[in-house]
Design a protein. Sequence first.
Length: 202
Amino acid sequence: MTRYQLWIEKTAVWKALLSVERIILIATGAFSALLVTFNVLCRYIFKVDVFANEEIITLVTLWMYFIGAGYCSATEGHIKADLIAPAIKSGRGKKIVKIFVNTVTVIVEGFFTYYGYNYLLWCIGRNGRTPGLGIPMVASQMTLFIGVALMFIYTLVRLAGYIMTPEEDFLVETENTPVTVELMDEDEISAIATEIKEEENK
């Protein structure tokens, strides 16, 4: 289905935010892979321990995880097991399910955003640093609040979009719509096997 797009999703700021997230994901993904490879080579091939390498890996991967979570929420690319919506045939029923699921998600994410913000303030107050390189721990701890806040905003916008989407649009199949596979019975299988044998005997 094609969800109704709000005006905010068409703005340059919205598109720029998604572009920044993509850049962060590409950079952190590549950098973390290089760091892990470098660490493995030094430790197991050259028998040399790299000082505080884990601190850098932790910082980079946390940014990758939580920005990735926010980006997946924006593009609806997260993993989900939707067993109810495919079984519902009416557009009204599908719309109700979408609105219900996203409403619950907004409430949960709002809860975590609130406590993530308080956790960030607590971390700033403690002013902790990593033991090796002395990196401010808030540099990695802030990713929790940023990631959850992004998910909250994107899900809230998506919820509003589903509310604005006409019921008939929920019946339109797209490339993301699950494919239903019907199993053949024994008679159909036997008929196909017979046709194959006849073709072989020709």
